[in-house]
Design a protein around this ligand. Structure first.
Ligand code: PRP
Ligand code: MN
Ligand code: MG
Length: 181
């Protein structure tokens, strides 16, 4: 295990089980609808790639980059900026927004509003992790992988100051990793 990690919250095995369960649920709902899966960079990239491999039906995917946290900050500002927009039109499409984590809810709330204004046919949300303790915007997440306590997590796509995204599990950082920065 990486020496900066205090504790593993979601193991590789639990990640795989979660992907299979979500894949089944999404297949029931979206088979035959040619949905557009939207990956929110960069955190959701690893989850998204595993998730789409578990789907056995016709679909498309695209990427969008938004940001709310700045630099080393571990708290959101509530300001969600579009850094890279979709290349695909969402008009009349069944859209599935894929996130790695929902924390305050600002990011997903803003994206739902945006895709509504672009006349998506339907919009549903899937998030690998849910941290309900920190919610400010009460957005409905249709598919949730794992609910976690109020701890700053890294790995499986999630970063602290852009590091640790490549860890194949979700872990909690040791406090000294923050304090020495
Ligand atoms: C993180 C995370 C979610 C969002 C969740 O992304 O990946 O996208 O914050 O927080 P919220 O519910 O409070 O909006 P971040 O902005 O850090 O960008 P990144 O994915 O590139 O790390
Ligand atoms: Mn993100
Ligand atoms: Mg981040």
């Amino acid at each position: 295990m990486n020496s900066d990690i205090k504790e593993v919250l979601v193991s590789e095995e639990e990640i795989n089980e979660t992907i299979q369960r979500l894949g089944k649920q999404l297949t029931e709902e979206y088979k035959g609808k040619n949905p557009l899966f939207v990956c929110i960079l960069r955190g959701a990239a690893m989850f998204m790639m595993d998730l789409v491999k578990s789907l056995d039906f016709k679909m498309e995917y695209d990427f969008m980059d938004v940001s709310s946290y700045g630099g080393e900050n571990t708290v959101t500002t509530g300001d969600v900026r579009i850094i890279k927009d979709l290349d695909t039109s969402v008009r009349d499409r069944d859209v599935v927004i894929v996130e790695d984590i929902i924390d305050t809810g600002y990011t997903l709330d803003r994206l739902v509003e945006l895709f509504e204004s672009r006349h998506a046919k339907s919009i549903k949300l899937v998030s690998f992790l849910d941290k309900p303790a920190r919610r400010i915007k009460h957005v409905k997440v249709d598919y949730i992988g794992v609910e976690i306590p109020d701890e700053f997590v890294v790995g499986y796509g999630m970063d602290y100051d852009e590091h640790y995204r490549n860890l194949p599990y979700v872990g909690v950082l040791k406090p000294e990793v923050y304090s020495t920065k």
